[in-house]
Design a protein around this ligand. Structure first.
Ligand SMILES: [Zn+2]
Length: 91
């Protein structure tokens, strides 16, 4: 048994920026708070970001924690409930 203490401290404490989608104009795209790259919640290609965690209540997405692949910043997205996916376009 190695005696080395397993107490590892995260040298860089991960800072999660909270972002309220209800305060974003347009279709939900927003710039990464840290590096400014455009992140689109509807983009599921994972080219720009990866989803770390999703919180779903009654089939409704409540919040999502994503990580920007450009700068590794973590962003907590809230306010999905009021962001109705606008799929109904009469035109
Ligand atoms: Zn970023």
């Amino acid at each position: 048994m190695p005696e080395a203490a397993t107490q590892k401290r995260n040298p860089k404490q991960t800072l999660i920026t909270e972002l309220d989608l209800t305060k974003i104009d347009g279709n939900g795209d927003f710039p990464c708070p840290t590096c400014g790259v455009t992140i689109s919640p509807e983009d599921e290609s994972e080219d720009v970001y990866v989803i770390l965690e999703e919180k779903v209540t009654d089939d409704v997405l409540e919040e999502m924690i994503i990580q920007c692949k450009n700068c590794s910043a973590q962003i907590r997205l809230i306010g999905f409930s009021s962001l109705n996916m606008d799929t109904t376009n009469p035109e």
